[in-house]
Design a protein around this ligand. Structure first.
Ligand code: AMP
Ligand code: GLY
Length: 425
């Protein structure tokens, strides 16, 4: 079977790598892909903002399955468009993807379905915001309603800074486009867990849990990024807690989406805060996480294609996911300056030696090929990922590989997994 993957990051590299291991897969096409993905798949240019172009590409390629990586094509309705043309596609419809593409929708959905989440208000104007803010105590979280590539969440130390943030979002000064809705949210404290599940719209199958490190700086300091590293162990979520999250969060979400006439299929990513009150949903994503997917798929022993096809065909209940014991970790190497402005085009060396470290897989997030030379092409450049019998071993392997890799301005956090290990950053 030919598989088409839409996207260009480390997540898509890991998906291509995992899908290729399936005996049924004869060819992987990735659009637009990147310099690393090009080593294992045929990359074809496409603009992920252009729905018609993506549809034309899928019609021309006639893949047996299309896997949608990022949120933007989902929110544009790529799944609806491909299904209408009789093409099999893994991911939620545009209406179902509103769980991610509208934070206001997601909060109201959770409220009416008794899914645990922080207190909130959804406001449609600055005047409404100024009234609602009176009922929140600092720190206060202010969120843009729409997709904002990690830049739409502002944690405010006072009501006045929250009001300023809301003005900035409504006027368009903060994100470029004016927001129609702004969400105020109670600040939640605890450990964050990325709880991803596959779903066929009825049945829910959890993936191995992961913890992301969103801040750029060691010790979780500095601005938010797309994710600087992630680890996955069995111990981070015991079976009782996994069961609780399934019964009270993941399954009710999928059931209610179906009852409300917008059945959700694909990957449901529940971003959880493990608060003193119990797990609460910080956000939903309607897709695989990045870099979570790199660490998660390295632990998957069963065939990913079987599971993805079972989701598309509505027979996930018959499918079993098998995971390796132990741990995995992914450390992101980024360009100097990220998540602010950064330069690209720097040659990358040492990847061959790094890939020889046992248990290591290197997934590319932002690389390109310039003739025979691999160069940096994004803020997040590489996701150096490793498995191990323990988290210590997985991390040691990832860092052993990282010191062999060079490009100008290379930056990575040296404290990935520090919370799990109880290490001081
Ligand atoms: P989101 O885009 O909703 O995932 O938010 C990005 C990050 O902001 C999350 O991963 C959290 O670290 C933080 N965050 C979002 N909402 C809250 C909240 N209510 N309380 C504390 N931190 C939050
Ligand atoms: N790593 C966070 C995300 O994929 O949204």
């Amino acid at each position: 079977m030919k598989v088409l993957i839409l996207g260009s990051g480390g997540r898509e590299h890991a998906l291509a790598w995992a899908v290729k291991r399936s005996e049924r897969v004869t060819e992987v096409v990735c659009a637009p892909g990147n310099g690393g993905i090009a080593q294992i798949a045929r990359c074809v240019a496409v603009d992920l903002k252009d729905l018609d172009a993506m549809v034309r590409l899928a019609e021309a390629e006639q893949p047996g399955l299309t896997i949608v990586g990022p949120e933007l094509p989902l929110s544009l309705g790529i799944v609806d468009a491909l299904r209408e043309r009789g093409l099999r596609v893994f991911g939620p419809t545009r209406d179902a993807a509103r769980l991610e593409s509208s934070k206001g929708f997601a909060k109201q959905f959770m409220k009416r379905n008794q899914i645990p989440t922080g207190n909130y208000a959804v406001c449609t104007s600055s005047a409404e915001f100024e009234k609602a803010i009176e009922f929140f105590h600092p720190p206060i979280v202010v969120k843009a309603d729409g997709l904002a590539a990690g830049k739409g969440v502002i944690i405010c130390a006072s009501r006045n800074t929250a009001i300023e943030a809301a003005h900035g979002l409504f006027s368009g000064a903060l994100l470029g486009a004016a927001e129609q809705q702004v969400v105020i949210e109670e600040f939640l404290e605890g450990e964050e867990i990325s709880f991803l599940c596959l779903t066929d719209g009825k049945h829910v199958a959890p993936l191995a849990p992961a913890q992301d490190h969103k801040r750029i700086g060691e010790g979780d300091t500095g601005p938010n990024t797309g994710g600087m590293g992630v680890y996955s162990t069995d111990a981070m979520l015991d079976p009782g807690m996994t069961e609780w999250v399934l019964r009270h969060i993941a399954e009710p979400t999928v059931r209610a989406m179906a009852e409300e006439g917008t059945p959700f299929t694909g990957v449901l990513y529940c971003g959880l805060m493990m608060t003193a009150r119990g797990p609460e949903v910080l956000e939903y994503n309607a897709r695989f996480g990045d870099p979570e997917t790199q660490a998660i798929l390295l632990r998957l022993e069963s065939d990913l294609m079987d599971a993805l096809e079972a989701c598309v065909d509505g027979r996930l209940a018959e499918t079993e996911l098998r995971w390796s014991h132990g741990a995995s970790a992914c450390v992101v190497a980024s360009s100097s300056g990220y998540p602010g402005s950064y330069k690209t085009g720097f040659p990358i060396s040492g990847l061959g030696a790094a890939a020889h470290v046992p248990g290591v897989e290197i997934f590319h997030s932002g690389t390109a090929r310039l003739g025979s030379q691999l160069v940096t092409a994004g803020g997040r450049v590489l996701g150096v990922t490793a498995t191990g019998d323990s988290l210590d071993e997985a991390l040691a392997r990832a860092y052993e590989a990282l010191v062999k890799i060079q490009f100008e301005g290379i930056y990575y956090r040296r404290d990935i997994g520090h919370r799990a290990l109880g290490r001081k950053p």
